[in-house]
Design a protein around this ligand. Structure first.
Ligand SMILES: Nc1ncnc2c1ncn2[C@@H]1O[C@H](COP(=O)(O)OP(=O)(O)OP(=O)(O)O)[C@@H](O)[C@H]1O
Length: 294
C-alpha cells in the first residue's frame, strides 16, 4: 500500500517583500511531489491573519504549514506552531528573510519548495519579548527605531531599509539603559541592544554571527555609541559576519534579561515594532518549534 500523503497548507502574504508572487501557485504545483503531498494555498488578508490561518490549519489537521513571506509572516505562523509537533516550512518572500537565511533555506522559491520533498525537520528555540514570541531577533534602540519607520514606509524591500538607516543614522541619539541579567544590575549607554536567537537581522546583516538557534539561549548584543566614522567599519563587520570581533559590540549568552530606559518608546520583535511603556522583559524558550530545513 502506498504511504499516506501529507497535507500541506501554504499561507502566502501577498504584500511581503518586493518579488512577484503571481507564479507561486504554478511553481508549487510543478515542484511538489504529488505522490507524497496534498496541499492548499491560502492568502493572508491583513496583519495577524496568517497567525489565525495557521491556528485553524492545525485544527483542520494539516501536517506541515508553510509561511510564504518575510520574517513578519514567519513570526505569525511560527507563533501559532510553538510547542506543537506540526512543522513550519518557509518560502522566503520578504524584505529581510532573517530566519530563512539563518537556517540556510534558499532564497530561490523553486529550491525552497524542493526542500519540502526532503522534509528534513529540526527543533529550534524561540524567545519572548514582553510576551511576544520571536524567532530571529528582538531589540531596542536604533534597530527598533528603524523597524518603526519601516512599518510606516510606503514601500518594502532592502532599498527601503538602507534608505531609512542612512537617513536616521546621523540624527539618532543613543540612550542609557538599565539591564538586569541573571540578578546582576548594570547601567549602560548603547546605540542598540539586540537579543539574537538567529544570528542576523535579515539581508545577511549579522549582529551575532555565532548565534546558535538550538542552544536554549539568546545572544545579548550591545552596540556601544560610536563616532560616525566608525559606521563604515561596523557595516563591513555586519556583512562579513565578524561583528563579534568588534570592540564596539559586546555579546554574551543569556537565558533572560530585563531592559529599561526612560527614553525608549518602542521595541521590535522580528522587525515588527511595538510601543514600549515600562521595561522590556526578554527570555528564551528552548526547543519549541519544528522547522523544515535545508
Ligand atoms: N494582506 C495583507 N495586507 C496587509 N498586510 C499584511 C497582509 N498579510 C500580512 N500582512 C502583514 O504584512 C507585514 C509584512 O510582512 P513580512 O514581514 O512577511 O514582509 P517584509 O516586512 O517585507 O519582510 P521582512 O520581515 O523579512 O523584512 C506583516 O506584519 C503581516 O502581518
Amino acid at each position: 500500500m502506498a504511504p499516506k500523503k501529507k497535507n500541506i497548507l501554504f499561507i502566502i502574504n501577498p504584500i511581503a517583500g518586493t518579488k512577484s508572487k503571481e507564479k507561486l501557485p504554478s511553481l508549487i504545483y510543478s515542484q511538489l511531489h504529488h505522490h507524497k503531498f496534498d496541499y492548499t494555498i491560502i492568502y493572508s488578508k491583513r496583519p495577524g491573519h496568517a497567525h489565525k490561518l495557521a491556528q485553524k490549519g492545525i485544527i483542520k489537521g494539516y501536517e506541515v504549514i508553510v509561511a510564504v513571506g518575510g520574517d513578519g509572516t514567519v513570526n505569525e505562523v511560527a507563533s501559532a506552531l510553538m510547542h506543537n509537533p506540526v512543522p513550519m516550512a518557509i518560502i522566503p518572500h520578504g524584505s529581510g528573510n532573517g530566519l530563512a537565511r539563518h537556517l540556510g533555506i534558499p532564497m530561490d522559491s523553486k529550491k525552497a519548495i524542493g526542500l519540502l520533498n526532503e522534509m528534513k525537520v529540526r527543533t529550534i528555540d524561540a524567545g519572548l519579548a514582553n510576551g511576544n514570541p520571536f524567532f530571529c531577533t528582538t531589540g531596542i534602540g536604533f534597530d527598533a527605531h528603524i523597524g518603526k519607520l519601516f512599518a510606516q514606509a510606503e514601500s518594502r524591500g532592502f532599498k527601503t531599509y538602507v534608505n531609512g538607516v542612512l537617513k536616521e543614522f546621523l540624527s539618532y541619539r543613543p540612550l542609557t539603559y538599565s539591564l538586569k541579567v541573571s540578578k546582576e544590575m548594570r547601567s549602560q549607554k548603547a546605540f542598540l541592544i539586540t537579543l539574537a536567537n538567529a544570528g542576523q537581522w535579515g539581508n545577511n546583516a549579522y549582529i551575532s554571527p555565532e548565534a546558535d538557534i538550538q542552544d536554549g539561549l539568546l545572544d545579548l548584543c550591545i552596540m556601544k555609541p560610536f563616532r560616525f566614522y566608525h559606521a563604515l567599519a561596523l557595516a563591513y563587520r555586519m556583512f562579513s559576519r565578524s561583528m563579534h570581533k568588534s570592540n564596539l559590540v559586546q555579546i554574551e549568552r543569556v537565558k533572560k534579561v530585563r531592559i529599561e530606559s526612560e527614553g525608549a518608546d518602542c521595541y521590535h520583535f522580528d522587525g515588527e515594532h511595538r510601543e514600549l511603556k515600562g521595561p522590556l522583559k526578554i527570555k528564551s524558550v528552548p526547543a519549541c518549534l519544528q522547522v523544515v530545513v535545508a
